[in-house]
Every structure is written in structure tokens, then in C-alpha cells.
Design a protein around this ligand. Structure first.
Ligand code: C2O
Ligand code: CU
Length: 640
């Protein structure tokens, strides 16, 4: 069974066990016999089995279960089982017909198992990996407190039990109040705080509201910028509201660059110096420009509250970067990114200079006005079919980008093709594909290359959206297997084995306090923004990152300013694949390597931007690099 299936089964068993024990306790009170306990015992045994199986996929998946949830219910269950067996050995019990004093099982132990089963629900809701002692203490305190309160001695209600129960429940209450206040996001917080205090410290970015540490030798991100020089390309992008007319004629309100969604495609050649002036004409919204996946210098990364202050309405900001890397990239606003990108503040960045084909089309997959749309070459976004003429025999490159929050399932039919580039990085010797389906992560890009057949049409499908090239009826979308891109790129030189630093990001969805409110947040190592531990690295280091998805959502992980080299997926070594946004599906474990070659303070987050807004946002810090910009409520900057 796959890890994802085990995780799902475990969730079902958690609920079943939580119901089965109270039902058994009730049945016993009503004089039920030994088989009233059977369902609870069987489900508990199943839970133990699934937890052990999950441990086989990795300790990250099972630690909370094996250390906490399972013992809380299975220990009392074992006692119940023991009492059953002992009584079974006594003559006559199993043949006892009339309702009597129960099957010889202590009902108080059954009640303990019931509390244990309910505690399992709490564990499933709030505890993740790593298990934090305070969470473990809280869950045990609640279960034990409830048990103590209801435990009755043989003669009379136990006073000591009541006192202990009340004390444990008070502990839980005090903890909850303290946790609420600790989870409030500070009015101002500075992600460069590590550089101001001691290097290589970890944890919550210190709040530096009342002036920063004076005299610390710190390089500020605002100084890590492209040196001046005459730009080879100049662009101006104006953020403004507009009403977009879809191909169907439907009109949707949007936030745009230059009045279109996507915004203009910016094109440059490798080696050129690019200058982009951002002008904000939005009535209220602050805007920035972030160069997704592009190795710009930190000061031009465009993250509000990290590399600059958000550009307020009426304001301007000039970005500069050297086009060093050919390929398909994109830009988007990075202040309140989720609504900003969803409403249209994005566009493509295409840098040529690598491989080239005679004909190319840009294909953007987004969602507008609640419907998935497809925008080809800057024409009106369409909910259905887009047609383009194509010369038979011409070489075509499709530059496909997903700018929505969810991945797209793509298929190219009517012609054999190659997946020439992933996230803008050209693959060496990509194999020929025909009939496979491709999954493209939110924020990711694929370049598909093929030669138009002598007759007939070629179609790129993404759900109901279709780009048809050439004449004639569109060929049916492929129904083949899903391509494993980590296995598609042929293996290159052996991957690195020695790393200067290793970090693990365990992703999950848990009920937690987000800025003082209990929310079903997306967590990294059990924490949410801004409390997720930021790795602090030194320039030149090679970092190994292990990403584990324990949850039920897919998480396209996106570290800014760097590409990662995929080392393995679910333990299987990967081909030579470099990405900036890699989709970690439920139950998956990815190992990637990141070379710390671009000093700065770099955002790192899930590119389902709604997840990023619900906690899954952190950063990568370089030793000795700080930022003069603050995030937090009163700063006016919202990195996510
Ligand atoms: Cu598209 Cu923070 O990124
Ligand atoms: Cu996510």
C-alpha cells in the first residue's frame, strides 16, 4: 500500500477507534457481554498495524502515532484484552447468558481506552513531526485528566483523582492561553535578525522594533543589487485594475500589469542587462515584482518586507538583473501574493539564447473568475479551445507555465515530442514521449518541443482546456501513464554525497494557532510563519534538503533565488533534474541539493499561495546578511 493510502487509512481508523471505545463502554454499562468489546479491540489492533507500516515509509510518518496516539489507546486496550483472556479461562464466563456484572472487564479501563481513542483524534488534529514535548504533554494531560476525573475507587469517588484531574485540565488551559499569545505575529519582524545577533542562531526571527543591533558587520540585501550599467532592455509594467474579457465574452474584474492577464511577456537574450520599472496605479493594493525561479540578486527579488518595501499606490520601483539563464520563467507580485497572483498580477519572462525552434508559443494555465483558463501568446484567456495555425514540418516549442495554485495535468497528442526543459532549465538528451501525461506543478514550467506532422493537428490538453495547432480535428487527449519526471531526465555525473548542512522540512496540515487564531494551517516541522526555523547558511555551502509530505495536500515547494538538484524521490535516485518548484505529493519524500551561491535573505514557501498564506512560508538566510525591511502588521509589508 502506498504511503498516501496508509495515511488515509490511518485517518479513518483514528475516527473509528475514537467511536468504538465509547460505544463499547456504553454497551458494557448496559450489561453487554464480551463481544461488545470486539470491534474496539480489532480496530485498535488495525491502528497499531498501520502505524507500524507507516514507520516503514519513514519515521516522520509514524513518530507521533507510535509515541503518543497508539500507546494512549492500545495500553488500556491490552489491559482489557488481558482481563478478557483471564476471565475466559475461568469456567462459565463465555456461556454466561443473562446480563450480569459484565464480562469480567473493569469498565474503568474501558473508559480509559475511550479517552485514549479520543486523544488519538487530538493527536491527528494537532500533533505532527517532530512531536513537541508540550503537545505530547498536553494530549497526555487531557486524557489522563479525564481519566482521573471519572475514575472511581471501589468504595467512593476518589478525591485525589478529582484533584489530579482538575490540575491536569488547568495545565492544559494555561498552556492554551500562553500559546495563543505566543502565536501572535509581531507588529514588526525582521527576517535578517539572525545576522544582527549571533550568526547561526535559529528560530523565531527576533523582533527588532526598537532599533537594530548597532555596528554589527552586516551586508544588507538592499545593497546586494545588480551594479549600475546601461540596460540592454527596458520595460515598464504598470499595475492597474482592469476588466478582462475572456475568449467566451465573459468579463471578469482583474488586477493587471498593463491591462492584460497575463501581463506582457518580457523577452531578453542571455547576457543582457534587463531593467524593469514597476509603476503602481492600483487604487489601494501595494505591489512588487518577483522573478520566479530566476537567479536575480537578492535586492531585486521583489519580496515585500524582505528585500524591499511594498510599492504603494502611486509609487515606483526599478528592478535590474542580468539575464544569465535562458528559459521560461515568470514574474509576479509578492505582497499578499495569493490574492495578487490569483487576480492577475503576473506575466512570463522568456530568456532566449539556448536551444531555439522556428515557432514558439507561450501557454499560461491560470484560473480567472472561478474557471480554469488557458492564455496563448497573450491572447484573451480561454475556458475552452484555442486554435493556432501551424506549418507542417515546422519545429515548435511550447512554453507552458502554471500560474494557478493547483497543478495541471497536461497531455500532448498527435505527435511524438520531447520535454525539453523543466523550470526553464534545458534537459540534456530528453527521451521521446508519446501518449504520456505530464503533471506540472503550480508555479512550474515545461517546454515541450516537437515537429508538426505533415498533416493533421496537434493538441495540448489541460483538463477541458485545449490548444490546437494546425488544421483538422483535434486528436484525443492522451490517456497514458503519468510521466515520472524525476526518472525522465537521464542520469548525469554522480550526485554529490557530502553536504555542508542538512535540513528536513516535514510538511503537514494541522490545527494550530496562526496569528492568535486556531486554523487548519499548513505546517513545516510543526510550525507556521513566522516561527518556522530558517536554515542559516554560509556562501558556497552545499545544502541537502529532505522534504517529507505527511499531509493530504500537494505542496509545490519553491525556494527563491536558487535552483535545486533533485537527488531522489521516495528513495529512488533521480536523473539530473534541476527545478525551482518541485511538487511534493502526499506521502512523498524528496531529497534535493541546493548550492548556496546567491547571498541574501530568501523567501521559501509552498507555491500553492493559499497554503503559503496559511502558514507554509519561511526563509533561507545567509550568515551575515540582513535586511533593513520589516514584515508584520504595522510594516505595511505582507511577504505572502
Ligand atoms: Cu513565485 Cu515566492 O514565489
Ligand atoms: Cu502547499
Amino acid at each position: 500500500m502506498s504511503t498516501a493510502a496508509l495515511l488515509l487509512l490511518d485517518d479513518v481508523l483514528v475516527a473509528a477507534v475514537a467511536v468504538a471505545w465509547p460505544v463499547a463502554a456504553y454497551a458494557l454499562r448496559r450489561g453487554g457481554r464480551w463481544w461488545a468489546l470486539a470491534p474496539a479491540l480489532v480496530l485498535t489492533a488495525a491502528r497499531v498495524g498501520v502505524a507500524v507500516a507507516l514507520a516503514g515509509s519513514g519515521w516522520w510518518f509514524a513518530a507521533d502515532r507510535l509515541l503518543l496516539a497508539v500507546p494512549l489507546v492500545s495500553l488500556p486496550a491490552l489491559v482489557v484484552l488481558y482481563q478478557l483472556v483471564r476471565q475466559a479461562a475461568a469456567p462459565g464466563l463465555l456461556r454466561q447468558a443473562a446480563p450480569g456484572p459484565g464480562p469480567g472487564v473493569d469498565p474503568r479501563v474501558v473508559l480509559l481506552a475511550a479517552y485514549g481513542g479520543l486523544a488519538g483524534v487530538l493527536v491527528a488534529l494537532v500533533v505532527t513531526h517532530p512531536v513537541r514535548p508540550v503537545h505530547a504533554g498536553l494530549v497526555v494531560a487531557l486524557a489522563a485528566g479525564a481519566g482521573a476525573l471519572t475514575w472511581r475507587g471501589p468504595r467512593r469517588p476518589g478525591k485525589a483523582g478529582t484533584a489530579a484531574g482538575v490540575a491536569l485540565l488547568c495545565f492544559a488551559l494555561v498552556w492554551a492561553v500562553a500559546a495563543v499569545s505566543a502565536s501572535r505575529v509581531p507588529e514588526r519582524l525582521n527576517l535578517g535578525a539572525h545576522a544582527m545577533a549571533q550568526p547561526l542562531t535559529r528560530g523565531r526571527p527576533t523582533v527588532l522594533a526598537a532599533g537594530r543591533a548597532a555596528g554589527a558587520p552586516v551586508r544588507q540585501v538592499s545593497t546586494l543589487r545588480e551594479p549600475p550599467g546601461a540596460p540592454d532592455r527596458r520595460f515598464t509594467l504598470t499595475a492597474r485594475e482592469a476588466t478582462i474579457t475572456l475568449a467566451s465574452g465573459r468579463r471578469v474584474p482583474a488586477w493587471t500589469f498593463d491591462g492584460t492577464v497575463p501581463g506582457p511577456t518580457l523577452r531578453a537574450e542571455v547576457g543582457e542587462l534587463v531593467e524593469v520599472r514597476l509603476v503602481n496605479r492600483m487604487p489601494e493594493l501595494a505591489v512588487t515584482l518577483h522573478w520566479h525561479g530566476y537567479p536575480v540578486r537578492a535586492g531585486d527579488d521583489g519580496v515585500a518586507g524582505v528585500t524591499q518595501d511594498a510599492v504603494r499606490p502611486g509609487g515606483e520601483f526599478v528592478y535590474r538583473f542580468r539575464a544569465t539563464q535562458p528559459g521560461t520563467f515568470w514574474y509576479h507580485s509578492h505582497d499578499l501574493s495569493d490574492p495578487a497572483v490569483r487576480m492577475g498580477l503576473f506575466g512570463l519572462l522568456v530568456v532566449s539564447g539556448g536551444a531555439s525552434e522556428a515557432v514558439e508559443h507561450t501557454v499560461v494555465l491560470h484560473e480567472l473568475g472561478g474557471a480554469p483558463v488557458l492564455a496563448v501568446d497573450g491572447s484573451a484567456p480561454a475556458e475552452g479551445v484555442v486554435r493556432q495555425a501551424a506549418e507542417p514540418g515546422s519545429r515548435v516549442r511550447l512554453r507552458v507555465a502554471v500560474t494557478a495554485n493547483t497543478p495541471s495535468l497536461l497531455g500532448l497528442s498527435g505527435v511524438p515530442y520531447r520535454l525539453a526543459a523543466v523550470d526553464g532549465r534545458e534537459l540534456t538528451r530528453p527521451g521521446q514521449l508519446r501518449g504520456e501525461r505530464l503533471r506540472l506543478a503550480a508555479g512550474g514550467r515545461y517546454d515541450l518541443v516537437f515537429t508538426m506532422p505533415p498533416a493533421g493537428a496537434v493538441a495540448l490538453s489541460a483538463g477541458n482546456r485545449l490548444l490546437v495547432l494546425g488544421d483538422g480535428p483535434a486528436p484525443a487527449p492522451p490517456a497514458g501513464a503519468l510521466l515520472d519526471i524525476t526518472a525522465y531526465a537521464p542520469a548525469g555525473p554522480p550526485p554529490p554525497r557530502r553536504f555542508d548542512r542538512e535540513v528536513t522540512w516535514v510538511l503537514d496540515r494541522r490545527l494550530t494557532l496562526l496569528d492568535g487564531l486556531p486554523r487548519p494551517a499548513h505546517t513545516v516541522n510543526g510550525r507556521v510563519w513566522p516561527d518556522i526555523e530558517a536554515p542559516v547558511v554560509r556562501e558556497g555551502e552545499l545544502i541537502k534538503i529532505t522534504v517529507v509530505n505527511r499531509g493530504r495536500d500537494t505542496h509545490p515547494m519553491h525556494p527563491h533565488g536558487h535552483e535545486v538538484l533533485v537527488l531522489s524521490r521516495n528513495g529512488r535516485p533521480a536523473g539530473r533534474l534541476r527545478m525551482d518548484t518541485f511538487d511534493v505529493a502526499p506521502g512523498e519524500v524528496w531529497e534535493v541539493a541546493l548550492r548556496a551561491d546567491n547571498p541574501g535573505v530568501w523567501m521559501s514557501h509552498c507555491h500553492d499561495l493559499s497554503h503559503a498564506a496559511l502558514g507554509m512560508t519561511f526563509h533561507l538566510a545567509y550568515e551575515g546578511v540582513g535586511t533593513p525591511f520589516d514584515a508584520g502588521r504595522s510594516s505595511g509589508n505582507h511577504p505572502e
